[in-house]
Structure formats: structure tokens, C-alpha cells
Design a protein around this ligand. Structure first.
Ligand code: GLA
Length: 353
């Protein structure tokens, strides 16, 4: 059913564990958070899409206009590249897009590792599809479209972690995602008196400019040298067969996949102390084997541990961004900490015929 107006919301995400595994066909364990991005979409006469960035951190108050049927690449990247890319790639995938006015309101800090970019692309996609009555489009297909925009329009060679988390999020559950089959299996997160908080390292990362793409290339090179399609199939002796640092990169991916499985088991047993130890181990591996940490991130992890966190690790692409800490009962939430818990995934908030 076509609609003249729709409001779509897409959340940001936190990845509990399973970092830099998605583009290696591995395992991740993210959840959607309450913060996200809302798009108010209205069908308009004419041929254009008019987008207004109401309160995005980067681009607040800016406007963009483009041909709805044939969006061109923007000169200056940023939020416009996401909006135009989504409008274009939905149509490439055969999904209908109408001329529209889009207002964007975001509450996820940008460049934070909480995936403001997936929230932006998923919310724009759902808002546009709702106007055409196509919001029931397959969510794995939508994740791929949003990821293609990030890769081809924005220039960050990211995987599917953020988009799938935003699209499949569930309250009080983390999502075990197998990035080879794209199977999504919810697992319970019963925090009791424990709390999960994220804290900004105050080092803003820009995935397209950081070492992220370099890590992805290293992963591909390692797979090539091992004669396999992806590091999911790396043999147990891969570390010894590869030159440094490729051996360490592969070891991180192998160990991180195993930590995802161990975390799922610990969650089923309500063993949060074990989850905290796995978070610490993940961070050490991201720092030492994957070399994705920075001094500001290390200082933030150290501060959280000193303040009583049972476990703490960098989240998302790294090279800056946020740190996730698991606080045991009685520990004080740091003043700059954002308490997070699993919340529902992307949805239409209100829609009128
Ligand atoms: C970023 C990317 C994801 C994923 C993580 C690292 O968030 O967008 O696809 O690769 O980094 O786990």
C-alpha cells in the first residue's frame, strides 16, 4: 500500500563481541540500542528527493536535493552520500522509490563506533520503502543494499554487522550472526544488576580513512596465501604459515569466532563474569594481534577497569570510537558513560495512508 507519510526509526548498535569477523565470514554478537535515527518521509509532487538533516551531528541544518530516479554522487560525501546512495541502490535492486521530502533526526553520536551510519542508511531505506508500500522487503537484502552504499558511495569497505544488527535487533537479546549463512540467532542477555556502558574515547574515527580498509586488505591477502576463500576456513596452523603481521591478523579472527561461541554459552548460563573475561580477551586480541587500538582507546579501557569494570573492550571498527564496559553490581556508571541494553530493531513508528 502506497503511503503519503511514514516515520521510520533505525537504531545504532553495540557489538558485544565478534569484532572484525563479519568481512571474514565469521561470527558476531551485536545488539541494537535505543538510540538511533528517525526519518520522517512525505511523498511530494515533482521528481526530486529533498532531504533535511535536522539534527545529525555532522551536517545539522543542511539540505540536499537530487533527482529521485537518478541520484548523482554528491561532491562532498558525508550524510548526503548515504541518502543518495540508498535512493539509488534501492532502485538498482528493483525496489520502488518515489519523490519525497525526508527529515532526519539522529541521536547516535557520529563517528562513535555505535554505527550512526547504519542507522542513517537503514532508516532512510525503510522510510522511502514505506512511501512505496514496499517496507516488507527482505531484511537481509536491505542489509546488503545498505552495506553496498557504505562500500561504493561512502568508501568504507565495511561488512554487514551494523546493518543486520539495526534491522534484526530484539529487546533483551543479542544476535548471534553467522556472516557466511547470514543466519541470525537471538541469545538472551539477562543483565540482572550488571550494566553495560559505552564511553567515548574522544578520538573520532572515520572508517574510510582509517586502518579499517587496510585490515580488510590484509585479511584478503592472508586468505589468498592460505589458498582459501575466507578466513572462516583458516587452518589451525595458519599463524605459523604466514608472515607477520598476517599470522596475527588471522589468529585474531580465529580466536574471536571462538570467543563469540563461548560468550553465547556463558549467556545461556547467566555467567556474566565469564562474559567480562571474554571482553577483556577480545580487547587484548584487537590491540595486540589486530592492531586496531589507539592510545586514547587504551586510556579509556584502563580508566574503566580502574573504575571497577569487570571487562572492557573497544567496539566497532576501532582506531578510536567507543569502549564498551561490563560493570558488576554496585559499580558506579562513569559520568560520561551511556548505559546500553538490547532494544528493538528498525521499524515504522507511525504511518498514515
Ligand atoms: C565497523 C564495520 C563493521 C565491522 C566492524 C568491526 O563497525 O562497519 O562492518 O566490520 O567495524 O567488527
Amino acid at each position: 500500500m502506497m503511503r503519503d507519510r511514514a516515520v521510520a526509526f533505525a537504531p545504532g548498535r553495540v557489538n558485544l563481541i565478534g569484532e572484525h569477523t563479519d568481512y571474514n565470514d565469521g561470527l558476531g554478537l551485536p545488539f541494537a540500542i535505543a538510540d538511533g535515527l528517525t526519518v520522517t518521509a512525505e511523498a511530494i509532487a515533482g521528481d526530486e528527493i529533498v532531504a533535511l538533516a535536522r539534527d545529525l551531528n555532522d551536517g545539522a541544518g543542511e539540505e540536499d536535493r537530487f533527482d529521485a530516479a537518478a541520484p548523482e554522487r554528491p561532491r562532498d560525501g558525508g550524510w548526503r552520500a548515504f541518502v543518495r546512495g540508498i535512493a539509488a541502490e534501492l532502485q538498482v535492486a528493483g525496489l520502488p522509490v518515489r519523490p519525497a521530502r525526508l527529515e532526519l533526526h539522529g541521536t547516535v553520536p557520529q563517528g562513535s563506533g555505535l554505527s550512526s551510519s547504519a542507522a542513517l542508511s537503514v532508516a532512510v531505506a525503510l522510510g522511502l520503502l514505506a512511501l512505496s508500500g514496499a517496507e516488507a522487503a527482505d531484511r537481509r537484502q536491505l542489509a546488503r543494499i545498505c552495506s553496498r552504499v557504505e562500500n561504493d558511495w561512502v568508501g568504507a569497505q565495511t561488512g554487514l554487522l551494523d546493518q543486520l544488527a539495526s534491522l534484526f535487533g530484539e529487546r533483551d537479546r543479542v544476535l548471534r550472526i553467522d556472516f557466511r549463512s547470514l543466519a541470525v540467532e537471538p541469545a538472551p542477555l539477562r543483565l540482572g544488576d550488571w550494566q553495560l556502558v559505552t564511553v567515548d574515547s574522544h578520538e573520532s574515527h572515520d572508517l574510510s580513512a582509517s586502518g579499517y580498509n587496510a585490515r580488510r586488505e590484509e585479511s584478503e591477502e592472508a586468505a589468498r596465501l592460505l589458498g582459501i576463500d575466507s578466513l572462516r576456513d583458516a587452518p589451525a596452523d595458519a599463524f605459523g604459515r604466514l608472515p607477520d603481521p598476517l599470522g596475527r591478523r588471522v589468529r585474531h579472527v580465529q580466536d574471536e569466532n571462538a570467543r563469540v561461541e563461548a560468550t553465547v554459552r556463558a549467556l545461556h548460563d547467566d555467567d556474566l563474569a565469564a562474559v567480562a573475561r571474554l571482553l577483556d580477551a577480545s580487547h587484548a586480541s584487537l590491540r595486540d594481534d589486530y592492531a586496531a587500538s589507539t592510545d586514547a582507546v587504551e586510556a579509556t579501557v584502563a580508566r574503566l577497569k580502574a573504575a571497577g569494570a569487570a571487562g572492557a573492550r573497544m567496539v566497532g571498527g576501532g582506531f578510536g570510537g567507543h569502549v564498551l564496559a561490563l560493570l558488576p553490581p554496585g559499580a558506579t556508571v562513569p559520568e560520561d558513560g551511556l548505559v546500553v541494553r538490547p532494544d528493538a530493531g528498525a521499524r515504522l513508528v507511525v504511518s498514515a495512508p
